[in-house]
Design a protein around this ligand. Structure first.
Ligand code: FAD
Length: 402
């Protein structure tokens, strides 16, 4: 056909939202829309720490793409993107190739270990459903093994988490819920299990004010988390982390790195110029100088002019970028001027397990405790609503009583 072809790569927050908005804003005859994703499901990246701890079932955190995007309107291709050949307007997939007139690159994040020796080989990472489910299964296996294997040491029950940013702290918050459950199930004394969170920076959760950070740290310590702050990890060995100036080896049967992310490695394979693992985009979220190439979500840096630094990568940012990009694609197709992207923060909430949390919302109103935990569930349900409407909220929403 002669219709312009819009290809969206990735069905995460940025890609799925762009696709859904395009189907609402464009008439079928205005453009052909293609969505490429590795799996036939979309998952909530912001819930992966719960999948990794085993506090939710992986199926609660994912939804079939064909249930939330109309397959008669959007061509769905389930395949892995290998490389984008920008000069030829072509995308190489694992099993085929596809050309485009307009491209939306939204392949999300990958773990970044900053080259710490042994990390890629010996630590787990929370990256997607598969890698997160693997972690919860591994933890449970350590507990199941403990009373059956004469060589099993107490260290094998330890869970060691590298990085105390958002993901690391939310993950240990889930572990304090899960560990007592596993201890009961496998007849193990809770006192034998250590949850240790190691961070090189002088504080946990750098995005929150000090009083909230202090509250979070105290709350988690009261429930048995050990923090090692200001303690750089110099190496990850098969036994655990080597930490701090005195090169102490902290041993654990489960070792998880949550200390950093970068944009999809497809960016590098495609030869784009990277700044700290992502590309810079202009105010229309396009690669500079490119008419038809948008890069969204965790694959790009968008400049916050007010604070003179890039916006931190969040689901919220990715979703708002998608809304503007759908508008701008419509504008390109109809020869109208494009709009500039402006981020409107709705605040940030971090969970600290099922009934606790901290948050900074509505122009810096601070929340802590049960109220923050409740707010987190509201945020999670709103995200589901945007993906699949009330039907999906009722099916997979967070309505755990507390
Ligand atoms: P993603 O959501 O990662 O989606 C990328 C998609 O591309 C996925 O469907 C993936 O399968 C697909 N894909 C990847 N590579 C390929 C390939 N080569 N070929 C084909 N398909 C591919 N943000 C918040 O705002 N609030 C929070 O509370 C919050 N909590 C978080 C908790 C955790 C544990 C984590 C890990 C992140 C959290 N974030 C949070 C950050 C947020 O999840 C990301 O910023 C957001 O997911 C970025 O969206 P995205 O669309 O760019 O990428």
């Amino acid at each position: 056909s002669n219709k312009p072809k819009i290809v969206v790569l990735g069905a995460g927050y940025a890609g799925l939202t762009t696709t859904k908005r395009l189907t609402q804003k464009l008439l079928p005859e205005e453009a052909e829309i293609v969505l490429v994703n590795k799996h036939n499901y979309h998952y909530e990246s912001t819930w992966l720490h719960e999948v990794a701890a085993g506090t939710i079932n992986p199926n609660q955190a994912r939804v079939m793409i064909s249930d939330v995007v109309n397959p008669s309107r959007v061509r769905l291709i389930y395949d892995s993107v290998i490389e984008v050949k920008k000069d030829e307007q072509r995308v190489v997939l694992e099993n085929s190739e596809i050309t485009y007139d307009y491209l939306v690159f939204a392949l999300g994040f990958e773990s970044n270990d900053f080259g710490i020796k042994g990390m890629a080989e010996h630590a787990f990472a929370i990256e997607d459903i598969d890698s997160s489910r693997f972690i919860s299964e591994h933890i449970e296996y350590q507990f199941a093994k403990y009373n059956n294997d004469k060589n099993a040491t107490d260290d094998s029950l330890n869970i060691l988490v590298g990085g105390a940013g958002f993901t690391g702290v939310e993950f240990v918050g889930e572990l304090v819920e899960k560990v007592p459950e596993l201890c009961k199930k496998y007849d193990i004394d809770r006192g034998k299990v250590r949850i240790i969170n190691v961070e090189a920076a002088p504080s946990i959760l750098p995005m929150f004010d000090k009083d909230l950070v202090d509250y979070a740290k105290q709350s988690l310590e009261d429930r048995g988390v050990e923090f090692r702050i200001g303690a750089p990890i110099s190496e990850c060995t098969p036994e655990g982390f080597i930490v701090g100036d005195d090169q102490e080896l902290i041993k654990a049967g489960t070792v998880v790195w949550t200390g950093g992310v970068k944009g999809s490695s497809v960016l590098e394979k495609s030869g784009f110029e990277l700044t700290k693992g992502k590309v810079n985009v202009d105010a229309n979220l396009r690669l500079s100088g490119e008419e038809n190439f948008f890069v969204l979500g965790d694959c790009s840096w968008v400049w916050n002019k007010e604070e003179d630094r890039p916006y931190p990568p969040t689901a919220q940012l990715a979703t708002q970028e998608a809304d503007v990009t759908a508008n701008n694609l419509k504008a390109l197709l109809t020869n109208r001027p494009l709009e500039e992207f402006v981020f409107k923060s709705k605040g940030t909430v971090a969970s600290l397990g099922i009934t606790d949390g901290i948050g900074s919302v509505f122009d810096d109103k601070k929340l802590r405790g049960k109220l923050a935990a409740a707010m987190k569930k509201v945020v999670d349900n709103r995200t589901l609503f945007l993906v699949g409407g009330m039907k999906l909220v009722l099916k997979k929403g967070k309505v755990r009583p507390f």
